[in-house]
Design a protein around this ligand. Structure first.
Ligand SMILES: Nc1ncnc2c1ncn2[C@@H]1O[C@H](COP(=O)(O)OP(=O)(O)OP(=O)(O)O)[C@@H](O)[C@H]1O
Length: 789
């Protein structure tokens, strides 16, 4: 606001200086004209209006130019005036066409002298605006200069008008640079001083009288133009009627002037009305302060004139502001359209980003399937991690991040900063919200490969209460939708078997056992005595089973499976612990045997192990004692043996300690053989399980590095089978004829030459004495493969 106010102040000063400069030039022009044609009857410092009105009839101008260049205007249209009368500005105006003739003739003459001219129309009252007199003043001052040169040179000097500001000229001449108004004010003070010093002469009195009358008339002219000249003459002659008439007119004019708060006119009006008989002369000459008041009036008029110019300047400013506003509007419209374009660009960029994000998801998917493929080729144990939903929502969650690419970050609750974060990488992570179907969908391809002749092992590992049984079997009393992998897998196998029935005939058998306190128990026999002490054959028996003594059940539908699983589940050792009220106290193993026979006679033999391990537990946390403690110790021991086997396998050790536990012995072919193996690592998200969670994840990470080698297809074509049959019959024939020369006959087989490996279990006398053929390159602990390899 202050800046605006100071700018407005500057503008006012400039406008006021310009107005003063114009007034000074006008006064100069008036002085000069008077010096050429005699008194014009104008005040010392005529207003613009007075100046123009005085010259309007063209008479003064024509006489002035004729004085300088005689005959310039040959015919001047005169008005009737007394010989003593001067060219007064308030003379009776000529009819319009007459003074226009004078003005036109004058302008022609001026043009002839190559001096600056003006438009005759400025004399029309309608065209009179502030600054109208500027060109007339220029023209008159041009004439003056022309005359000065002429006088100087006495010749015909060409015109060279000096347009420099009179203020500058004053300054450069070393005179007082104050504006004309100030100079004039000094002049007025001098005059008052003179009046005080000596009594006014008759001449002086006359002059003062003239001044007052003119000042008053001037005011009237401002409001009512064309004041009757005769009236003024009568007033001068002391005619009291005329004086009264003038007084009346002045009163009405004063009313108008008073609106502009002109105290001087108020005073004069009072004088005139109170002293109607008194002569103007006496009142004018009686005191010098009246004179200064008249000067003040002129000063105020000049100021009003300045104000007019200020208004004009303000109007110009307003115009420029309007221009600025329209420019700003245009700029705003530009900006708007620019914004619109920017928005469109952003839209398209967001679209591109969306496409890129979709592409990224696709690439992640592809990467995962490629990674899985590589793992399949390398025969790595696949590891899926499943996170159980938290039991209580108010507990702190240690799961920090689950990546689509199988990355998992857990956060140590005791170190909630960067150092507390641990990153693990698996094939797939299932978050707490993952459904049974989602988990099965990722497992299905592996399960289906059983139907193609591959051995598959899926086992669930994790801390007690982390959700292993939930994943493998489903919750107790689960609906079909909530069923676990065991049921869904068998269901899928039946489905596939149905779809392939035209080309392949499948037979599906099921065994279900548990390892409880290091004893293998059949869960599907009604005879409780036979549920204990089943023997594991690391080299499968003649019927291809590693548990030949366990009951084997043929299943034809999912309903059969359901019934068997239910009875198996009932037989399973389950008890309540502090961590899980349905805690499995044993490792349960559901084995599905699939025998396929194609239309050509080719066969496949494969098995699927679905293992729900007992949960590792900290006995202090599970608060078990007595029998429960013993169970826990067995569980922990067998899991520790499993860990040792995994470590030895991941380190590619020559010795793999399968025999250290029943569990590892039973899973020997799946962990170190030619099966496809998948491990579900289960974790609890609660912060008080963080230690066990990290230990499970580390175990799972280690397991994922185990390379089993490419899984072997257990398929035999008709030709191979024929050859095998031939070999068998030849063997028989040779044995009958020359039993001693059997060793000389080598069987011809397209398969690699088998190695004879002694089976050193020592418990099965029949097999421990004999040798078995094994096509697998044996490790120290993998003496032979199953019969169907
Ligand atoms: N993904 C899940 N969604 C919903 N509930 C689950 C999930 N996982 C586990 N649970 C629930 O958590 C509890 C413990 O699960 P579960 O019995 O499967 O654990 P476990 O690992 O088998 O334990 P243990 O080793 O003691 O047998 C059960 O009540 C189960 O229903």
């Amino acid at each position: 606001m202050e800046v605006i106010a100071s700018r407005a102040g500057d503008d006012l000063n400039l406008a006021s200086r310009k107005a003063q400069e114009a007034a000074f030039r006008r006064f100069q022009a008036t002085d000069w004209l008077e010096s050429i044609v005699g008194p014009l009857g104008l005040p010392n410092q005529p207003s613009e209006k007075q100046f123009i009105s005085c010259l309007r009839n063209g008479l003064i101008l024509c006489h002035a130019i004729n004085e300088i260049e005689p005959g310039s205007v040959p015919k001047v249209v005169e008005i009737t005036r007394f010989p003593s009368q001067s060219f007064t500005w308030d003379s009776q105006p000529l009819p319009a066409y007459q003074f226009f003739e004078n003005v036109r003739n004058f302008l022609k003459a001026v043009e002839g002298l190559k001096l600056p001219v003006f438009e005759a129309s400025v004399f029309e009252r309608d065209n009179m605006v502030a600054g109208s007199s500027a060109k007339i003043v220029d023209c008159v001052l041009g004439l003056k200069e022309y005359n000065d040169r002429k006088q100087k040179k006495k010749g015909n000097g060409s015109f060279k008008h000096d347009f420099r500001s009179p203020l500058i000229m004053q300054h450069s001449n070393g005179r007082d640079p104050r504006p004309a108004m100030c100079l004039n004010y000094n002049k007025q003070v001098d005059l008052s001083a003179n009046l005080e010093k000596q009594p006014p002469s008759q001449n002086d009195t006359q002059k003062l009288e003239d001044l007052i009358v003119k000042a008053l008339a001037e005011c009237m002219i401002d409001s009512k133009e064309n004041l009757d000249g005769n009236l003024l003459s009568s007033v001068r002659n002391g005619n009291s009627d005329s004086l009264k008439l003038l007084s009346k007119m002045i009163s009405s004019t004063l009313e108008e002037q008073l609106q502009y708060k002109s105290p001087m006119l108020n005073t004069i009006s009072k004088d005139l009305s109170t002293d109607g008989s008194g002569s103007v002369t006496s009142s004018a000459t009686s005191s010098s302060p009246d004179l200064s008041t008249i000067e003040n009036v002129k000063y105020h008029q000049a100021r009003d004139c300045n104000h007019l110019q200020v208004v004009q300047v303000q109007e110009e400013k307003l115009l420029s502001l309007k221009g600025l506003l329209s420019n700003t509007k245009a700029e705003f419209a530009d900006l708007k359209s620019q914004f619109r374009n920017d928005l469109k660009q952003m839209e398209s960029q967001i679209e591109e980003l969306c496409n890129a994000a979709q592409g990224y998801h696709k690439v992640v998917q592809e990467n995962r399937s490629l990674y899985n493929m590589v793992q399949d080729l390398k025969g790595n144990i696949r590891v899926y991690c499943r996170i159980r939903p938290p039991f209580r929502s108010d507990t702190k969650n240690v799961i920090d991040f689950i990546g689509e690419d199988g990355s998992l970050v857990v956060l140590d609750p005791l170190k909630p900063n960067k150092d507390g974060k641990k990153l693990f990488q698996f094939n797939r992570i299932f978050g707490p919200t993952a459904t049974q179907e989602e988990v099965f969908a990722d497992t299905q391809p592996l399960i289906r490969s059983v139907m193609d002749g591959y051995n598959v092992c899926i086992f669930a590992y994790g801390q007690t209460g982390s959700g292993k049984t939930h994943t493998m079997c489903g919750p107790t009393g689960a609906s079909r939708k909530e069923m676990g992998i065991n049921y869904l897998a068998l269901n899928d196998l039946f489905d596939l078997s149905n779809r392939r029935k035209d080309v392949l005939k499948y037979e599906i058998f099921v065994q279900m056992v548990e390892i409880y306190n290091e004893q293998v128990r059949d869960l599907l026999t009604g005879d409780s005595a036979s549920t204990s002490k089943l023997e594991i054959r690391s080299c499968t028996s003649e019927n291809g089973l590693s548990l030949p003594d366990a009951t084997i059940h043929s299943v034809k539908s999912t309903a059969d499976v359901l019934n068997l699983m239910r009875s198996g589940q009932v037989n399973r050792a389950v008890s309540s612990t502090a961590l899980n009220n349905q805690s499995s106290r044993s490792h349960s193993i559901l084995t599905v045997h699939v025998h396929g026979k194609d239309v050509n006679g080719g066969t496949t033999r494969s098995c699927l192990h679905l293992v729900d391990l007992a949960g590792s537990e900290r006995v202090d946390k599970s608060e078990v004692t007595g029998e429960g403690l013993k169970e826990a110790q067995y569980i922990n021991k067998s899991l520790s043996c499993l860990g040792d086997v995994i470590t030895a396998l991941s380190q590619k050790n020559s010795y793999i300690p399968y025999r250290n536990s029943k569990l590892t012995l039973l899973l020997q072919n799946s962990l170190g053989g030619n099966a496809k193996t998948l491990m579900f690592a289960h974790v609890s998200p609660e912060s008080d399980s963080f230690g066990e969670t990290v230990s499970t994840l580390k175990f799972a990470q280690r397991a994922s590095t185990v390379e089993l080698g490419a899984a072997r297809l257990n398929k035999e074509s008709r030709e191979v089978m024929d050859l095998k049959e031939q070999i068998e019959s030849l063997k028989k024939q040779l044995g009958e004829k020359e039993p001693q020369s059997v060793n000389k006959l080598e069987p011809r087989s397209p398969l690699p030459r088998p190695k004879a490996v002694s089976y050193n279990d020592g418990k099965n006398s029949q097999e421990s004495n004999g040798a078995k053929f094994c096509f697998e390159k044996p490790t120290s602990e993998t003496p032979c493969a199953t019969e169907n390899t």
